[in-house]
Design a protein. Structure first.
Length: 300
């Protein structure tokens, strides 16, 4: 029964993410999951640890933050209207609750300094860093990319995938364990071209680590029947920056940050699609615990 709930909530999460600029009423969302509005409130909170309104507001603010970073031609007034805020002041107040600074200050300071960005701690009103693992330094990250990455601009093919949704980093290994347990008896690993992929629906630059939504995926040669919490999704073909890395598991965030800096420095703009990772080995089986991986950023 729980797996059916998760499947239906996955459909709702995808619908919300794709329609953040629309009027997302509780009744409309409930129909997507085939729930009554009353039951949807309870089940959504149980699975995501957020109410629907909290989730929608957070996603709209985070989407706005990404646009502030990557599309400087879009004004704050346009963002406010696009994502359903009654006024600039309402948008600014809500934004400051999440990041501790106004949208204007965010756009002005964050891309240039690449400093720690934070969400306000509700207990003490202070801004807590999301990059506590290390303080980003642009020159160091540029050097890191030069040393560690082979970067290409590539047309990546369409990929059909089976996936499990994971919210927060801590459960990702368990999500892959469940996916592999499901895929193995179906012979999906017998396909020599099979790929293990993580899709990122949120950005670690603007979303707290325990709220980042990811999809743990396995590529499919042909369509398969899925049930429970296993879903089907597709990465459409398109133009990507592809960075090939051989790195330790604790170097992923640094590598992603460096690759996004490389994107900006070379005049590319991220497209409105999700970045993903393709894995070529199991780092646990590598003598030095090295992961061989491609980071793929969709570009316009």
């Amino acid at each position: 029964m729980k797996e059916d709930y998760i499947k239906r909530i996955n459909n709702i999460l995808s619908f919300i993410d794709e329609n953040l600029d629309q009027d997302l009423t509780l009744e409309t969302i409930a129909k997507i999951g085939n729930y009554s509005p009353f039951h949807l409130h309870r089940i959504f909170k149980a699975i995501t640890n957020e109410t629907i309104n909290e989730y929608i507001t957070r996603k709209r603010i985070e989407k706005s933050a990404l646009i502030l970073l990557h599309k400087r031609e879009i004004t704050i007034s346009e963002l406010s209207l696009q994502y359903g805020f009654n006024s600039n002041s309402s948008f600014t107040r809500t934004f400051k609750k999440f990041y501790g600074i106004s949208p204007k200050e965010f756009r002005k300071t964050y891309p240039n300094k690449f400093s720690k960005i934070g969400k306000v701690d509700s207990k003490n009103g202070q801004v807590s860093g999301l990059f506590d693992e290390y303080i980003c330094n642009i020159n160091n990250l540029k050097n890191w990319i030069k040393m560690k990455a082979k970067i290409e601009i590539k047309e990546m093919p369409k990929l059909d995938l089976a996936y499990i949704t994971q919210i927060g980093l801590n459960g990702m290994q368990n999500a892959y364990s469940k996916l592999i347990k499901w895929a193995t008896p179906k012979g999906l690993f017998e396909n020599e071209d099979v790929k293990i992929i993580t899709i990122y629906h949120d950005s670690f630059k603007i979303t707290e680590h325990d709220k980042v939504r990811m999809s743990a995926c396995i590529s499919l040669k042909e369509k398969v029947q899925v049930d429970g919490e296993i879903g089907l999704t597709t990465i459409e073909k398109g133009k990507f920056i592809v960075g090939h890395f051989e790195i330790g598991i604790n170097e992923f965030e640094k590598s992603w940050s460096g690759l996004f800096i490389w994107m900006s420095e070379n005049g590319y703009k991220k497209a409105n699609r999700n970045p993903y990772e393709i894995y070529y080995n199991d780092f646990n089986e590598h003598p030095e615990k090295i992961s061989i991986v491609d980071f793929c950023i969709p570009i316009e």
